[in-house]
Write a new protein. Structure first.
Length: 124
């Protein structure tokens, strides 16, 4: 069976982005942008492949993982919801775990750590 040139191209682009993300400072805008591009490329592969195929399963999990690494928990949660519809049991289990990570990240944003500050004013 001849490999699909579109999938080969997408996989090559993912490898380039992973290399770029690995060389960028962790948590930097450059790294986050690279992970968002990886997520988008993985999503394209997921749309081209069956969820029970190895490439399809890896792409679905990869798209969500990369979105989380990019700090885009909303995208990650959306992808989990979409990919869960037709995911085989083992992939669904991984997606559920990633969905919990996205939920935890959303909770931190929605419930920021705010503490009262005590101070005392003295007349000058």
């Amino acid at each position: 069976m001849t490999p699909d040139p579109t999938l080969q191209n997408l996989n090559a682009r993912i490898s380039e982005e992973i290399f770029f993300a690995g060389r960028a400072a962790q948590g930097s805008m450059e790294a986050q942008s690279a992970y968002l591009r990886i997520s988008a490329l993985e999503e394209q592969i997921a749309r081209l492949t069956a969820p029970d195929a190895v490439d399809g399963a890896l792409a679905r999990v990869g798209a969500v993982s990369a979105a989380l690494r990019a700090g885009d928990w909303l995208r990650a949660a959306r992808l989990v919801d979409e990919f869960m519809e037709d995911a085989p049991a083992d992939v669904a289990e991984e997606l559920r775990a990633l969905g919990r990570e996205a939920d935890d990240a959303a909770r931190v944003v929605q419930e920021p750590d705010v503490r009262p500050v005590r101070f005392h004013l003295e007349a000058a």
